[in-house]
Design a protein around this ligand. Structure first.
Ligand code: ZN
Length: 638
């Protein structure tokens, strides 16, 4: 720390709240609920601790391991190659924000130009928003443990920074994120709040941490653009599914997914339009310099926008499905340190196939959207597979001059297709089918490298070698943990799960050489099945008959009709901890039909039109795709 910095802090330290914050919370802190007023003037719930030694309340969330600091930033961009301690200047966490009560409303009526007031409001926004973001990723459909990446080990430090990182003046809102550290620069002016007011921009920074953990390095033109693009997509989705303050619709309906980044920090405006970026195709992108990644990132977010809102020959799909497809493409396996934009497009497509199947709307939407932005290149036309006694012939319709690769992967597994043969001078290829159920692909190999081919749609061939396992049964269950047993012939078995009542594909959960396995289910209703598999996970038998397991969160409480007119009826209920979304259900009086979903909402109230007849209403927690996660609430009848 240089002299001028010390001096400026001395000045701030004399001003009140910051002085209180230099005592770090000590052992013996007590977790307490609190609240505070953010920059928008809205009161927000906060998880805090009380320190009995100094009688102060600190912005430390011990449940999700998040602590919000005042200090100065060490870097305007994280770089995992540079340890935090060697940054010059290194981040300075001067102190955890604190206050004399657990309601942070300091100086609300006093001088608005006092920086301490502003810092406290910015800290309330940061602490509240980052807590919501961690919960968002912790729950369905991501189930991301806070320890997996962001917040690993020591937790997440959120820093409201007052310095100019690397002594470069900052003239606009700026944040930065890595595994354990989200930095928010205190920049603000007459048009814009301090960046922590933006749930989407904080989720964007948080996503940088997830990507860093998954192995995607923030370095190199395309990788930086990919980082920024994926961060924007999750910023948009997190804001959509979490925010209530700015998108509350009285009738319980949701806003359309909006691609404007940072609209909550500007009084009138936004940072960028991620669904309508300046850069619209990969061909244009390749002609430009893009040091910040904020040009090329538009290709990724534009593809997501096309999937959400539809486009020419691009079917619109549910936003929760976009979240799952993008999350599966970044989670556990595909990303390397220098994954390119085109490679990511292939991974998104493989994920959509794995989750929803090759012919699904979700697959078609993903493929068309990434093709529209030029990230999925052409694959050989009219690809077909013919089988004769486990000898398979693959044909396609292209000039025989092109070099074509034949790829194969075990159906239903999360691996990249493997090149098994390279052919030139022909448009057909005959080979012995692999044992089990495999997906075959063709792709042009006109690049010197085969790292990033654009795969054709898969053709599946089933060479079943084992009989179907029988007698699958659940032998014990403890909460989400379930143990299964079955009979069957084979050396290795795999257990699979899918959400009941959906057309989703089965997801492999684990493998064993015995005929018994312990696995976790998820909240809601799931179907389990087993099959014999090979050493690489190729399924060798048909799926066994399913066993259905149900495990529900507690139902929302205090479900009531708060007002009723001749045309509509308004319900409210208490929120369920960690729930992102609710659905209202209706049953016709005198029937035994299962409840029918009327509407979904992220709020704890909704207004629906009345329908003729007498109905019973209930509410439940649902996931981002509308699958029920909790028991039904008590009944309200109209
Ligand atoms: Zn970024």
């Amino acid at each position: 720390m240089n002299y001028s910095k010390s001096k400026s802090f001395t000045m701030l330290l004399s001003a009140g709240i910051i002085a209180n914050s230099i005592c770090l919370p000590a052992y013996g802190d007590i977790a307490v609920p609190g609240s505070g007023i953010g920059q928008s003037g809205v009161a927000k719930e906060l998880r805090m601790v009380y320190n009995p030694n100094d009688g102060m309340y600190y912005l430390r969330n011990t449940v999700d391991n998040i602590e919000t600091f005042f200090g100065y930033g060490g870097s305007n961009k994280f770089n995992p190659d540079i340890p935090e301690s060697s940054l010059n200047p290194r981040p300075g966490f001067v102190g955890t924000f604190s206050h004399t009560s657990n309601f942070l409303d300091s100086y609300c009526d006093s001088d608005e130009t006092d920086p301490n007031i502003l810092y406290q409001k910015a800290a309330v926004d940061a602490h509240s928003n980052v807590t919501k973001i961690v919960k968002f990723f912790k729950n369905a459909p991501f189930y991301r443990n806070n320890q997996e990446g962001v917040g690993e080990g020591e937790g997440i430090k959120v820093l409201i920074s007052t310095s100019q990182p690397r002594r470069v003046p900052i003239l606009k809102p700026m944040g930065w994120g890595s595994k354990n550290y989200i930095g928010v620069h205190f920049y603000h002016d007459e048009n814009v709040r301090i960046l922590s007011a933006g749930l989407d921009v904080l989720a964007h920074e948080y996503t940088h941490g997830l990507l860093e953990y998954e192995g995607l390095v923030y370095s190199g033109k395309e990788t930086v653009a990919l980082h920024e693009g994926i961060a924007d997509v999750f910023g948009i989705l997190a804001r959509y599914y979490i925010a209530n303050e700015y998108s509350f619709n009285q009738d319980g309906s949701d806003d359309a997914l909006c691609g404007l980044i940072g609209k909550d920090i500007f009084y009138n405006g936004y940072l960028r339009d991620a669904f309508n970026p300046e850069c619209t195709t990969y061909d244009i992108y390749k002609t430009k310099d893009d040091n910040s990644g904020l040009y090329g990132c538009g290709l990724i977010s534009r593809a997501a926008g096309l999937m959400a809102n539809g486009g020419p020959n691009i079917p619109a799909i549910g936003y929760g499905k976009i979240a799952r497809i993008f999350y599966d493409a970044i989670n556990d396996g595909y990303l390397t340190e220098n994954t390119s934009l085109q490679e990511f497009a292939n991974y998104a497509l493989l994920s959509s196939s794995l989750l929803y199947g090759d012919g699904s709307q979700e697959y078609l939407s993903t493929k068309a959207a990434f093709t529209a932005v030029g990230l999925l290149r052409m694959s050989p036309k009219d690809f077909n597979l013919y089988a004769n006694n486990n000898s398979i012939t693959l044909t396609w319709n292209e000039s025989p001059d092109s070099t074509v690769g034949i790829f194969r992967k075990a159906s239903g597994t999360k691996v990249k297709p493997l090149l098994i043969q390279r052919v030139i001078g022909t448009n057909r290829c005959t080979l012995d089918a692999f044992d089990g159920i495999s997906d075959y692909y063709v792709a042009f190999l006109n690049d010197a490298s085969v790292l990033n081919p654009a795969y054709s749609d898969a053709k599946r061939y089933e060479k079943i070698t084992n009989s179907t396992p029988t007698n699958l049964r659940m032998i014990s269950k403890n909460g989400l943990n379930v143990q299964f047993e079955w009979s069957g012939t084979g050396d290795i078995f795999a257990i699979y799960r899918k959400i009941s009542g959906t057309s989703n594909e089965f997801e492999m959960l684990g493998r064993t050489t015995s005929r018994q396995i312990n696995v976790n289910t998820i909240n809601g209703k799931c179907d389990f099945s087993v099959a014999a598999v090979s050493f690489d996970g190729t399924r060798l038998s048909a799926f066994s008959p399913v066993v259905t397991v149900e495990e529900y969160l507690s139902a929302p409480t205090y479900f009531t009709a708060t007002s009723e007119t001749s045309s509509d009826i308004t319900f409210t209920w208490n929120s369920v901890s960690d729930a992102n979304r609710y659905a209202l259900y209706r049953t016709s009086d005198g029937t035994y039909d299962p409840p029918v979903k009327v509407v979904e909402t992220k709020n704890t109230t909704c207004k629906v039109p009345k329908v003729p007849g007498r109905y019973h209403y209930q509410v439940a927690v649902v996931d981002l795709e509308g699958n029920r996660l909790s028991s039904f609430s008590s009944v309200v009848s109209d």
